[in-house]
Design a protein. Structure first.
Length: 412
């Protein structure tokens, strides 16, 4: 048998999907599995966008331009103006989800072997795409004790070495829900200018900010960084449309867009039906976001309240996105998450979580942490927390019993 490539063998495994087979077995065994492992909302997708796909009059499903349909890109600036972002259609490149945008951006901004600074915990797929692009993620570790706020800006200064070519972050953050303020972004901008770096910001969750007085500030509004800033976007979370696979790269850097265009042409074009859908989402009324954001705030508050009441659980109140990254009273989150699916049930229900270690670039981090995605309605979310509340002490008892059995066995 031919050998698998070193690249293939070392590819990063997604903590979000790695236990999917165990979840399917649990379902086949008759258990109800509450999926808090993945950012797949149960919010209804806007009908106006679904109808646009249903009613599309198409005789030939043809390629679109590699940078996306002009009709879609020409309408997008109106959406961004709601956030005081002034961009032009030719500064937008449509991608097959934000995931492709991450990959193309890393390929175009960094040479093989170069590094990008990124706060950790980080979106796990950044690690996967960094590996595919043969670049390194140099982590800036954040802590649960401070709600995963960025450390003092001196930590970024100290981490910059000649191989570092970019800073990349998600704002609001996946997986922590941290929201980075305008002041924080301006401080990062000074470093970017001083060291002539790219600033890559994933702004997929900009609609979902909850804390009183907190507001979203886009990296595209940083003065003097027109050649440095790259923003990644997607319709997936904004419109509960993860399957549309439509994202965007936005940058005012013409040379960078020309480089990315070559990768876009290599993959031919983004999805045609997805672009029809995405263009129609721009007709969505603002009340949709007001309603959805209120619902997510309620879910966040419920999840925080339930987790905070469980002995030994360490958590915080996130300011944005729809995730909580919590520390549990366990030693091995990967084992615990698998045990939940394979060996545990409460009222014939269980819960699927994403183990925390997969969201870190630093080996050994996140062993006791998990990511919760509060994407389920409050009834199901409460049921999931009931499962966790019963699972934690049962797991502890089982681990202690297994340890005692091993000690007794060795004694004989």
């Amino acid at each position: 048998m031919p050998n698998i490539s070193d690249r293939g063998l070392s590819a990063h495994s997604s903590p979000i999907r790695k236990l999917a087979a165990s979840a399917e077995r649990a379902k086949k065994a008759g258990k109800k599995v509450h999926h808090l492992n993945i950012g797949q909302p149960d919010i209804l997708t806007p009908k106006v966008a679904l109808d646009a796909v249903r009613n599309a009059s198409i005789d030939i499903l043809a390629y679109s331009p590699s940078n996306g349909n002009a009709s879609y890109r020409e309408k997008m600036p109106a959406y961004y103006r709601k956030f005081d972002i002034d961009i032009q259609p030719d500064e937008i490149m449509v991608t097959s989800g934000a995931s492709e945008g991450v990959w193309f951006t890393l390929l175009a901004c960094l040479n093989p072997g170069e590094s990008v600074l990124s706060p950790e915990p980080l979106y796990a797929n950044y690690l996967g795409f960094a590996g595919m692009a043969d670049v390194r993620i140099k982590p800036i570790t954040t802590r649960i004790e401070t709600g995963f706020a960025l450390p003092d800006i001196s930590a970024f200064h100290a981490a910059i070495t000649p191989d570092v070519k970019a800073i990349m972050l998600c704002n609001p953050n996946n997986p922590t829900g941290a929201l980075y303020s305008e002041a924080t972004l301006r401080a990062l901008a000074e470093i970017v200018l001083e060291h002539d770096l790219y600033l890559i910001v994933d702004e997929v969750y900009r609609e979902f900010c909850y804390s009183d007085g907190a507001h979203f500030f886009s990296a595209l509004n940083l003065p003097g960084l027109e050649e440095h800033v790259v923003v990644l976007d997607s319709v997936s979370k904004r419109y509960s449309a993860c399957g549309a696979r439509i994202g965007a790269i936005i940058t005012r850097n013409t040379a960078l867009r020309n480089a990315i265009q070559k990768y876009a042409e290599t993959r031919l074009s983004p999805p045609s039906f997805g672009q029809i859908f995405a263009e129609a989402t721009l007709q969505t009324e603002d009340v949709y976001f007001e309603t959805v954001t209120k619902e997510y705030r309620n879910r966040r508050d419920l999840l925080y309240r339930r987790l905070h009441a469980m002995p030994g659980v360490k958590c915080y109140l996130p300011e944005g996105a729809f995730y909580v990254f919590a520390e549990l009273p366990i030693d091995d989150a990967d084992h615990f998450c698998r045990w939940l699916l394979e060996d545990f049930a409460y009222n014939n229900q269980t819960i699927m979580l994403a183990p925390g270690a997969g969201f870190y670039a630093t080996p050994g981090m996140g062993q006791r942490e998990v990511r919760f995605a509060y994407v389920l309605n409050t009834t199901d979310l409460n049921a999931a927390m009931d499962c966790l509340e019963h699972a934690l002490p049962e797991y502890t008892r089982q681990m202690e019993s297994d340890t005692n059995a091993k000690v007794a066995s060795l004694a004989h």
